[in-house]
Design a protein around this ligand. Structure first.
Ligand SMILES: C[S@@+](CC[C@H](N)C(=O)[O-])C[C@H]1O[C@@H](n2cnc3c(N)ncnc32)[C@H](O)[C@@H]1O
Length: 316
């Protein structure tokens, strides 16, 4: 038990810890993704998907099951990705039908440009769509001031643009000049040219530490780190090394009243529970509600769902 006296440390009033509501259960969020996207089938280590009008066939190591659709459906793909021997995310697209350099895919009220490059990613992670909806709800719950959103490892900016569309001031942080340029193209395609988005080319961990020193706060923080990455000055990002400090600092950036955070972890073999416990640790003085689980993409026609990532959600 903490007494009011225990809450004071050398004159400074410490925030009184509130009890956590922890669901304690793995939550499975299934989504079909945005309306302009469909997972058509999966199996045999691959998935067949439609991004707007373009159908792609790409690797999915977790699709261990049998396919529902036959060769005729899979043969309709515009493009087929084959991974390089040393990196499953890098490789080549074989074009079986013409594909534009970039094409628009609608995500709620914004537009993302998809592109086929030397990577299996197309510029849009459709399984994130329930997180974006939840983020928009959290933005709507902020009162008394304009909501501030911090998007870390923000890539092509889907969450940044949806947050801006929902009325937030957005700080978008990514270490890749190319990704920021792509996100800006998406801003223009979404008609959000004058939206208040700060584009920050920086190492996420460094930026967050700097914001803590500046005493900044945000109502919603999104963290979607890769397993390994590099900051613009070659800073090494290693999830297992860097996440505890990054999360601890991010927790200090959460606004004192209504606030929310989403952590998504993909491409590693790990437990969602581990990340929930880490989040509980860094947010111990805030209490609030924590849930955690997995994100999965549901297939059209009732086929197997494809699990894509682990997540933790916190709200005050
Ligand atoms: C796969 S993306 C995240 C997906 C994104 N949240 C979405 O839903 O579209 C990972 C991003 O992290 C960025 N990144 C990698 N290392 C970084 C670092 N040290 N600091 C900031 N961003 C980094 C990459 O440039 C890439 O854009």
């Amino acid at each position: 038990m903490t007494s009011a006296k225990d809450d004071k440390t050398e004159g400074a009033v410490k925030r009184r810890p509130r009890p956590f509501e922890r669901s304690g259960k793995l939550e499975l969020i299934r989504t079909k993704g945005p309306a302009d996207y469909a997972l058509l089938d999966s199996g045999g280590g691959r998935k067949l998907e439609r991004f707007g009008p373009i159908v792609v066939d790409r690797p999915e190591p977790q699709a261990l099951w049998s396919r529902q659709l036959g060769g005729a459906a899979w043969g309709k793909a515009h493009a087929v990705f084959s991974a390089s021997a040393d990196d499953e995310e890098k490789g080549k697209w074989r074009l079986d039908k013409p594909v534009p350099d970039g094409w628009p895919v609608r995500v709620g009220e914004v537009v993302l440009t998809c592109k086929l490059q030397g990577l299996w990613h197309l510029g849009l992670f459709p399984e994130q769509s329930p997180h974006w909806d939840w983020m928009i709800e959290q933005i709507g719950a902020v009162s008394g001031e304009r909501p501030r959103v911090l998007n870390l490892f923000a890539y092509t900016g889907a969450a940044s643009l949806l947050a801006a569309r929902a009325g937030a001031e957005v700080t978008h942080v990514d270490a890749s000049k190319k990704a920021i340029q792509w996100a800006k193209e998406n801003q223009t395609a979404s008609g959000l040219g004058s939206a208040p988005i700060r584009w920050i080319l920086d190492d996420a961990a460094k930026f967050v530490a700097r914001e803590v020193r500046r005493g900044k706060t945000y109502h919603v923080i999104l963290i979607d780190p890769p397993k390994f990455g590099r900051g613009p000055e070659g800073e090494v990002w290693d999830l297992f090394q860097g996440l505890p400090v990054l999360l601890k600092n991010a927790a200090q950036l959460l606004a004192p009243g209504r606030a929310a955070m989403i952590l998504t972890v993909y491409a590693i073999r790990a437990s969602a529970l581990a990340f929930e416990q880490l989040s509980a640790d860094v947010l111990a003085d805030r209490g609030g509600h924590l849930s955690f689980g997995e994100l999965a993409l549901s297939a059209e026609g009732g086929g197997a769902a494809v699990p894509t990532s682990l997540f933790v959600r916190w709200t005050s």
